[in-house]
Design a protein around this ligand. Sequence first.
Ligand code: URA
Length: 426
Amino acid sequence: MSEFDAVDVIRTKRDGARLSDEQIDGVIDAYTRRLIPDEQMSALLMAIFLRGMHPGELTRWTAAMIDSGVRMDLSTVDRRTVDKHSTGGVGDKITLPLAPLVAACGAAVPQLSGRGLGHTGGTLDKLESIPGWRATVSNADYLAQLRDVGAVVCAAGDDLAPADKLLYALRDVTGTVESIPLIASSIMSKKIAEGAEAIVLDVKVGSGAFMKDVETARVLAETMVGLGAAHGVRTIALLTAMDVPLGRTAGNALEVTEAVEVLAGGGPPDVVELTITLAREMLEAVGLSTVDPADALRDGRAMDTWRAMIAAQGGDPDAALPTAPERHVVTAEASGVLTGLDAYAVGVAAWRLGAGRARKEDPVSAVAGVVVLAEPGERVEAGSPLLELHTDDPARIPRALAALHGAVELDGTADRLPLLIDRIGA
Ligand code: URA
């Protein structure tokens, strides 16, 4: 596409008109092939941010992003295929018990995942705390593991929606991340390209999530459900709470330990409940609703599948996970009922302790993170332990403590969000 054409596309959107299919296909294709400079794409992204997109326009935009790479062919997998995606939250380790659980119930879960950026952790970073486990899997091994084990969580290859990689990096530096059409097309282009028959979305709401309020989260969820349907992929979205951290841990190895507790039949009630709720949705979406995931969790089948899934990617499911050499306990300043523990603050603290990265090339610490020692709703006494900070570098502790300033609420009156807020999709 020539420079003139790109300016024409920018002007069309700037003036609030609808982009034609040719304009959309042309601009995504040319940008992916680096024929349009970042300054022009930035202008278009800002125009989309300000003007929004018509549903038909967004469907075509998403299709063009999918077509910038390959759509995986899972037809050789003799199981129904279903994936889940979370918009990201603090302590959100649900994929770890969920993927093997759903596989143990007979479906296949193909999950091409990313790494964490900012205050929410990435699933690959968590799994990489398991000695020997590798995120990179060849296409042939990916399909074989889906057939044999039923679940694969691995790094997405460069050919999965490459337009999104470029656009996301540009949005990050041009103030255009928080746009519903741009978020929805970014997430759904990758998920649809993965090739599963159905997708269950966990759209997080609250301080620790992208979407801070229920109404905006609902619009995002409805937009993504509509995009899935338009591309022939059954899509359901749950809106779930992210005002407090999920479970009792935030941090890579800490979250793997908690996920294994859930697979062993224990674990925090909110993690167990959300895992089973999402598993039921996933199984129902592919016609396997007669299987009860609670049974597969109870009788050890999900644990067996977890062990097979980890071993298939070189990991040792019996290896001890690394632990932090440096710990610091945060205590209650007064007595009262713990009514709030701000998820965002806990996420930033875990990040500052070393669990997350500021730039995508930064390393992460396997051992860093936060353990929640007192649950919201519990009565605590002055001086009793609330949180334990884990790190391999004690110099990180003061900045983590600063992030937690004001994060603990005692005897507050504001309502907490219910774990399951809403369900969208037929
Ligand atoms: N996650 C994505 O993959 N894309 C976005 O735009 C936001 C969250």
